[in-house]
Write a protein that binds this ligand. Structure first.
Ligand SMILES: [Zn+2]
Length: 211
């Protein structure tokens, strides 16, 4: 569902570019609005959310899909936690559809899906781990579970198969969500080079937060 935002980037309290292939860990307070902007198009943004005060409670793909009875995320989707509470609500979306089934790329998936010599390529799972280690907090790789892939196109076929397909996002498209609780956002701006999730060319994204 395409819904544009009335918010002005000049009024944002946080405005930052995440370079291609890099990670980002940042707090978003209840009531703030968070936007991810696909600067050059066809970029997958692998994202996890935690309750800032009790990270055992985190984004749950299963509960989110069950609650909305639909497989894709878009405007109106409530991002539900493992405790069944709404963490954020998607309030604007100019891409129209986001994946939460395809998971994050990893060293293991790269070697299984592609070739053994892909083992040393960068992956989202390694980016997540790097960000958690750099932050020095209590989160560890055990806390990396099923994520959202903003802007990524993973269509489910009529007979239930998953495909990684060419992106439907484009330069300047964005998704925006309002936090319903204090959350910590962990992003891997996907470095994947072996499937079309990034158009085979990882690019930067811009993140903005409004009070
Ligand atoms: Zn990835």
């Amino acid at each position: 569902m395409i819904i544009e935002s009335p918010l002005d980037p000049r009024a944002a309290v946080h405005d930052e570019v995440i370079p291609a292939g890099e990670s980002w860990l940042h707090a978003i307070r209840a009531g703030q609005t968070f936007r991810i902007l696909d600067l050059e198009g066809n970029q997958a943004v692998d994202t996890l959310f935690y309750n800032t005060h009790d990270p055992v409670e985190r984004y749950s793909a299963v509960d989110t899909l069950q609650r909305q009875r639909s497989l894709y995320l878009t405007a109106g989707s409530a991002l539900v936690s493992t405790a069944g509470r709404t963490m954020l609500v998607i309030t604007a979306d100019t891409c129209g559809r986001h994946d939460t089934l395809g998971g994050a790329c990893s060293c293991e998936s790269n070697t299984v899906r592609y070739a053994l010599d892909k083992r040393h390529m960068h992956s989202c799972r390694d980016s997540f781990v790097n960000a958690l280690v750099a932050a020095g907090g209590t989160l560890t790789k055990r806390d990396l579970t099923h994520n959202i892939n903003f802007f990524m196109n993973v269509p489910v076929t009529a007979d239930g198969a998953l495909r990684f397909a060419d992106g439907i996002s484009g330069a300047g498209k964005y998704v925006e969500m309002r936090a319903e609780m204090d959350v910590t956002c962990l992003i891997s701006n996907c470095p994947q080079l072996n499937n079309p999730c990034n158009g085979y060319s990882p690019t930067p994204v811009r993140v903005l937060i409004w009070d």
